[in-house]
Design a protein around this ligand. Structure first.
Ligand code: GTP
Ligand code: MG
Length: 151
């Protein structure tokens, strides 16, 4: 079992696509461990995207992610990190294949609807950055044996 962090970015919330995006996570069999609607502070945005500091798009990215609310959450499941990245599709919506979230709903490189952790290290760092331990809920869903049992 892995945990991963996702963010429905401001464009996703503004375009009323949060339900559609989370529906895809649930349909795939991922389990919500945490979820909240929030406005992102500049300090948090800069920490989250620290790997991109200094890049030409960094300031625009920080402006974008802090402008209006996001929905942020944690998902758990078998191979959750790569499964989420697959559901998202590649960064640029215009190049992302149909069937992916970015491919189905986006045309932009920046306004690409969704963030997902890109490695186990990123997931651990990002979950600790966005959530306190008590916000991560420990519970089971009734169908888990069917969704991920037997491998
Ligand atoms: P995240 O899940 O958000 O981290 O996306 P990613 O891993 O597919 O892309 P990456 O980490 O390389 O970039 C982080 C975010 O910065 C992207 O999701 C975009 O919102 C934005 N971004 C990346 N590259 C560009 C770019 O060339 N131009 C602009 N304007 N934004 C970019
Ligand atoms: Mg990234």
């Amino acid at each position: 079992m892995q945990r991963t962090l996702f963010i429905c970015k401001p464009d996703c919330v503004q375009r009323r696509l949060v339900g559609e995006v989370i529906r895809r996570f649930e349909s795939k069999g991922l389990r919500l461990v945490a979820l909240k609607l929030m406005t992102v502070s500049r300090a948090l945005a800069e920490k989250h995207y620290a790997e991109h500091a200094g890049k030409p798009f960094f300031e625009g990215l920080i402006q974008f992610i802090t402008a209006t609310p996001v929905v942020v959450g944690v998902l758990e499941g078998n191979e959750a990190i790569s499964v989420l990245r697959g559901l998202m599709g590649p960064t640029n919506g215009a190049a992302a294949p149909p069937g992916t979230i970015r491919g189905d709903f986006g045309l932009s490189r920046q306004n690409n609807l969704i963030h997902g952790s890109d490695s186990a290290e990123s997931a651990a760092r990002e979950i600790a950055l966005w959530f306190t331990p008590t916000e991560l809920l420990d519970y089971q869903l009734a169908d888990e044996h069917y969704v991920s049992g037997g491998e």
